[in-house]
Design a protein around this ligand. Structure first.
Ligand code: TNX
Length: 593
């Protein structure tokens, strides 16, 4: 594992020294002294506190305070953080082979407790927190602990400032503590902790390592609330297991939305009970003539639940009124002139559409949107709207306005590609901008009428674009996109006439006309996905290509350990020649909650 220069992450908007510091309690100090005797001679942790991707808002390293995880460690957690603790343990157990029991009360063993997650600030003075029964579900239950002696986190308000997704991390020789106001914040903090262990932590096999974590504190929260990636499962179908693995990849880098492009000319991928031929017939094709496939509603629920556990919201897209050939093959009654089209397995766009003049089309839209909305706990429903070249002018805006009302009636908020802009505003609607020229008056005007934007500039974050001319798969219509190009732009100022406040976030779409396997998906995602994740998460003050490429370089060995295929981009100073590893799925079991 290479060491890399610390990222320039110490210049956040609120200096750390204004945040409450840790005051170790006597018991902690005693315990620490014993551990330190051994640690003093140990080399520093191989990962630096500032090596995290995406860059944290504030980093305050303390090289004298490294922590080493040992076999007797336990994780202590307050009840609301239990599931995050389970996941953290799942990440750490394979390579360490440590038991890492999880306790949400007093520790079950004598070993040094080391990872404490609590979802609320400590507000009580030290003596009160030590008293039996002083803890409650809203507070840091673990009053008897080593690292969570009262006062270690600080005063009320330090957690409130972290918002819905932020966290504070404190690493001392005695332990690691994550504090957040929400389980999502704890989860992001746990992902940071995972990155601070040596890269071998990501392997499935036991590794003989000193499991050292760099000392110091991080205070972190996202710049934008929406940070996403899109997987096109329509051009080529990807089985549930592949999608779950993509969710794991998003979650690693604190991306919190997975947009699934579920329908297109080449395939319809979600079962709709009221229109069963959509999946049965429309799902049986894909680009190149392969067998396609589709998700049952149970499959889709499984994806949604798996993502939710990782604090990722699924955004389903039903692309309308164009990109609908597969639906028309299944139900020719929706086609203009009711003429059944042949199945389509090529890669052209813009030729198909549901008939906007026929009432049956709106029954179809209502049924499909209704079922998909009912299956989807998240707030968003993506209507597509792109490249409907044959539905022009008032026919197009009329269709979109009606479809927007159908979405609103389900209680969901409309998302659509920016081609929706000329249609009337719908409450809360979000446009996903995929242009290549940031001067787009029509989209800027839609923003003035109330739309918010997800930025997916084609020439920056389209992950189906080739890295270089010799990239074996991918397109180049929006240019070649290597890591630097994906990283070096600012979502807050990208579109002329659109203020940063109107930007909900960023999303990196992966269209799959030429992408056929999970390894190819990963090859296109890595290493660009972490670049986009940093644009979405990190404050602009941390933006620095030179520092980013160094930090990113350390992740290559993590991906290798995890069996993730990636492009060995010449933009990144990788420490050693990457290998093409075999695949490993983090978790192949369905989550039922
Ligand atoms: C444009 S971007 C499309 C997709 C293609 C993609 C290929 C957008 C909303 N539509 O249908 O797959 O280009 O890069």
């Amino acid at each position: 594992m290479p060491t890399t220069p610390a990222a320039p992450t110490e210049s956040g908007s609120e200096p750390l020294d204004r945040l409450p510091g840790r005051q170790p309690a006597a018991a902690e100090l005693a315990h620490t002294a014993a551990r330190r005797a051994g640690d003093l001679l140990a080399p520093p942790a191989p990962v630096r506190l500032g090596d995290v991707v995406p860059a944290p808002e504030q980093v305050l390293p303390d090289p004298a305070a490294d922590f080493t995880l040992t076999a007797d460690a336990a994780i202590r957690v307050s009840p609301a953080g239990r599931d995050v603790a389970e996941q953290l343990a799942e990440w750490l157990r394979p390579a360490t082979r440590f038991a890492l029991p999880i306790a949400d009360g007093p520790l079950p063993c004598d070993g040094p407790l080391v990872l404490t997650l609590s979802e609320a600030p400590l507000t009580e003075p030290a003596d009160r927190a030590d008293a039996a029964g002083s803890a409650d579900a809203a507070g840091p239950v673990d009053a008897a602990g080593l690292v969570d002696a009262a006062g270690s986190v600080g005063v009320a308000g330090s957690v409130a400032g972290l918002g819905d997704e932020g966290y504070r991390l404190d690493v001392t020789p005695a332990g690691v503590r994550i504090t957040a106001a929400t389980p999502a914040g704890l989860f992001h903090g746990a992902q940071t902790v995972r990155q601070l262990f040596p890269a071998a932590i990501d392997g499935a096999a036991q590794a003989a390592e000193r499991w050292a974590v760099p000392g110091g504190s991080i205070v972190d929260r996202p710049r934008f609330p929406y940070r996403g990636a899109m997987l096109d499962v329509a051009r080529h179908f990807f089985p549930v297991e592949d999608v779950l693995r993509v969710v794991d990849h998003l979650a690693r880098y604190k991306l919190n939305h997975l947009h699934l492009h579920l329908t297109d000319d080449q395939g319809w991928r979600i079962a709709v009970d009221s229109w069963p031929r959509l999946a049965e017939v429309g799902g049986a094709t894909e680009v190149g003539g392969g067998p396609g496939g589709s998700y049952t509603q149970a499959d889709y629920r499984r994806i949604v639940a798996y993502a939710a556990r990782r604090h990722v919201t699924v955004v389903p897209e039903i692309d309308l009124p164009g990109h609908t050939n597969a639906a028309l093959v299944a139900y020719p009654e929706l086609a203009p002139g009711k003429i059944p089209p042949p199945p389509y397995t090529g890669t052209e766009v813009g030729f198909s559409y549901v008939d906007p003049a026929d009432e049956r089309t709106y029954a179809f839209v209502t049924d499909v949107i209704g079922e998909v909305a009912a299956l989807t706990p998240g707030p968003w429903l993506h209507l597509g709207g792109d490249e409907a070249f044959k539905v022009k002018g008032a026919a197009y805006t009329g269709f979109v306005e009606r479809a927007q009302r159908i979405v609103a009636a389900t209680g969901k908020t409309v998302v659509g590609w920016h081609q929706l802009a000329p249609a009337g505003h719908a409450d809360g609607r979000v446009l996903q901008w995929w242009g290549t020229n940031g001067d787009d008056p029509e989209t800027a005007e839609a923003v003035r009428r109330g739309a918010r934007l997800i930025l997916s500039p084609g020439n920056r974050v389209y992950l189906d674009m080739k890295y270089a001319a010799d990239t074996p798969i991918g397109h180049d219509w929006a240019g070649l996109i290597d890591v630097r190009r994906a990283y070096d732009w600012d979502p807050g100022t990208h579109l002329t006439g659109v203020p940063a406040e109107a930007v909900l976030g960023v999303e990196a779409p992966l269209w799959t006309e030429s992408v056929t396997t999970l390894a190819e998906v990963e090859f296109m995602l890595f290493p660009r996905l972490p670049a986009v994740a940093e644009l979405g998460w990190s404050p602009r003050s941390t933006h620095d290509w030179a520092g980013f490429r160094e930090r990113l370089a350390g992740h290559g060995s993590r991906w290798t350990a995890a069996g993730i295929t990636y492009h060995p981009s010449p933009d990144v100073p990788w420490p050693a020649a990457p290998t093409v590893p075999t695949q490993r799925t983090d978790d192949t079991t369905a989550d039922t909650h």
